[in-house]
Every structure is written in C-alpha cells, then in structure tokens.
Design a protein around this ligand. Structure first.
Ligand SMILES: [Zn+2]
Length: 137
C-alpha cells in the first residue's frame, strides 16, 4: 500500500473500511491523546452551507460551534467503525482532541463513531451489528 501523508504518529493510506484511512504509526494506550482536531471554526448555518457543497469533514464541537477540518488536518481521513477505537473529546483548554479509547497497536486503523443514522445503514465495518439492526427494521 502506498503511504500518502505522514506525520510522526499518523499515516494515511488505503483502508479496508473505505477509501483512504488514518492509521497509527505507534502504539497508544487507552485514554491517550492522539492528536488535536484543528480547522475552521464555523457556526451551524455555515456548517449546513459547506455540507451542501459536499464537505463531509465537519466536526460538531458544542452548541453552535463546528470545526471544518477539510483544509487543515489529516484527521479528515478517519473512517467510521461501529467497533471504533477512538473518540473525540475536549481538552482542558476547550480544544477538540482525538483520544484512544482502546489500546492501539502501531499499524492499526483509527476509527470513530460518526454518530449519525445514515452511516449505520451503509456501514461496512467488520462484523457490523448496527447494520443488522437497521436491516431487521
Ligand atoms: Zn458498522
């Protein structure tokens, strides 16, 4: 597989889940911070406008505050899995961060729960249980 973008700890390459994915280059322990999530800080109206243009790289932060990472961070390559190993939290300064919620080995793909219904309907993660739930409805 070809490596596309690299920093010290993260690599972007072809993913078995979907398109490109974000992979760890080092081990992380559960609870460890992996990277800050930085981007354009926008409000809900601007979020809707950008999403209508096909931007799918916007994180919700709080209330009326969203972060568009499309031009800023390789975090945008993180895929959804129902069996995710990362979560998005706020640090003590109020910045969004990606943290490990499981022990992660070097070379593993990093995933989060995107958290919206459409993703579960078309989810292709390994042993997906959420998709089964939707299918039986
Ligand atoms: Zn799934």
């Amino acid at each position: 597989m070809q490596k596309l973008l690299v920093n010290d700890i993260l690599t972007v390459k072809d993913s078995p889940v979907h398109g490109k994915g974000l992979f760890s280059s080092i081990d992380f322990s559960s609870g460890q911070t992996i990277t800050a999530i930085e981007g354009d800080i926008i409000d809900a109206d601007e979020c809707v406008r950008r999403e209508s243009e096909g931007n799918v790289y916007i994180f919700w932060k709080e209330d009326d505050i969203y972060i568009d990472v499309s031009n800023h961070s390789i975090i945008k390559f993180i895929n959804h899995s129902c069996n995710y190993n990362c979560d998005v939290e706020e640090d003590e300064k109020g910045n969004l961060i990606l943290i490990a919620i499981k022990d992660i080995q070097a070379g593993e793909e990093l995933t989060i729960d995107y958290g919206y219904d459409e993703i579960y309907e078309s989810c292709t993660c390994d042993g997906c249980t959420n998709k089964t739930i939707f299918k039986s409805n």
